[in-house]
Design a protein around this ligand. Structure first.
Ligand SMILES: Nc1ncnc2c1ncn2[C@@H]1O[C@H](COP(=O)(O)OP(=O)(O)OP(=O)(O)O)[C@@H](O)[C@H]1O
Length: 271
């Protein structure tokens, strides 16, 4: 059974121009597959991830997730389906004054009783699990730090540690390495891929780092202007395809001005 099956899916945002952000997409992602979404800013990567997480309802087309059509389900059933998916946004919504341990353990909330959830705010329920998850992103020493004392990259990895504690069958990750240095970025992607493979979860990850996407993911989906430009195994993705994907007709090519001559500098110059 495919994890995601989209047929002619069009998505419009409810605010703004209401122009389609995704146009009639056809896409199938199998169980346990690992796919990188690449494409220029505004291509629709975040919108697609949110659609796969049942956060946006398509205005046209058929969307199937884990064998079900979420928008044809009653509200409670759609909610249960959402609990089988984990969307890690680029900027995780972590409460500023919370301790990291509490923020990470929030991944367990769907499985806790109200009483467990409330007591965990005072005395974290499973700090060892939170520590183990954080350690996989080299953040074990931040277990009891306050979220608002973390750097941008630490906060991003804290959001990913949450993902490790979820038991979702599909992991949807939006630009997980945008705030990380190159070594941490590679390590973080490898950890995500390893986690997904271990639990046979499907992984869909948007990335701006094309080299890392090609290095780490067997399948690449190139999006542009809300349309799939290519969907291919990495061996078939050429440099020309990448250059065409990112070609930006709205940006004037930069022509370096000629060097100022001494005569030009002299007018009004102050040394
Ligand atoms: N909340 C929103 N309301 C209205 N339009 C939106 C909203 N979010 C995104 N859009 C529009 O939808 C289109 C796709 O945006 P999206 O954020 O999915 O692209 P992206 O590929 O993730 O971009 P980036 O790489 O810059 O994050 C863009 O034209 C964007 O302006």
């Amino acid at each position: 059974m495919a994890t995601f099956r989209l047929r002619g899916v069009t998505v419009r945002h409810l605010t703004g121009s209401r122009a389609a952000a995704l146009h009639a997409l056809d896409l199938t992602i199998g169980a346990g597959e690992q796919v990188a979404l690449i494409g220029p800013s505004g291509a629709g990567k975040t919108t697609l991830l949110a659609t796969l997480a049942c956060a946006h309802q398509p205005s046209e087309g058929t969307l199937e997730i884990l064998g079900k059509e979420p928008w044809h389900l009653p509200h409670a059933a759609r909610h249960r389906l959402r609990a089988r998916l984990f969307l890690a946004p680029q900027t995780p919504p972590l409460p500023a004054r919370q301790r990291v341990v509490t923020a990470v353990l929030a991944a367990r909330l769907p499985h806790w009783t109200l009483w467990q959830a409330l007591t965990s705010l005072v005395r974290p329920q499973d700090p060892d699990a939170a520590h183990a998850a954080l350690s996989r992103f080299s953040l074990g020493d931040k277990l009891y730090a306050r979220v608002d004392r973390l750097s941008g990259g630490e906060r991003q990895r804290c959001g990913l540690a949450r993902l490790l504690l979820s038991d979702a069958e599909a992991l949807l990750v939006d630009e997980p390495i945008s705030a990380l240095d190159p070594a941490l970025a590679r390590h973080t992607l490898a950890t995500l891929r390893q986690e997904a493979a271990q639990r046979n979860a499907t992984l869909v990850c948007s990335l701006h780092q094309v080299d890392l996407a090609r290095e780490q993911f067997a399948r690449l989906v190139g999006l542009r202007d809300g349309r799939i430009v290519f969907d291919a195994p990495r061996e078939q993705v050429t440099d020309t395809m990448i250059a065409d994907l990112y070609a930006n007709e709205n940006v004037e090519p930069h022509v370096a001005p000629p060097h100022d001559t001494p005569a030009q500098i002299a007018v009004g110059a102050c040394f």
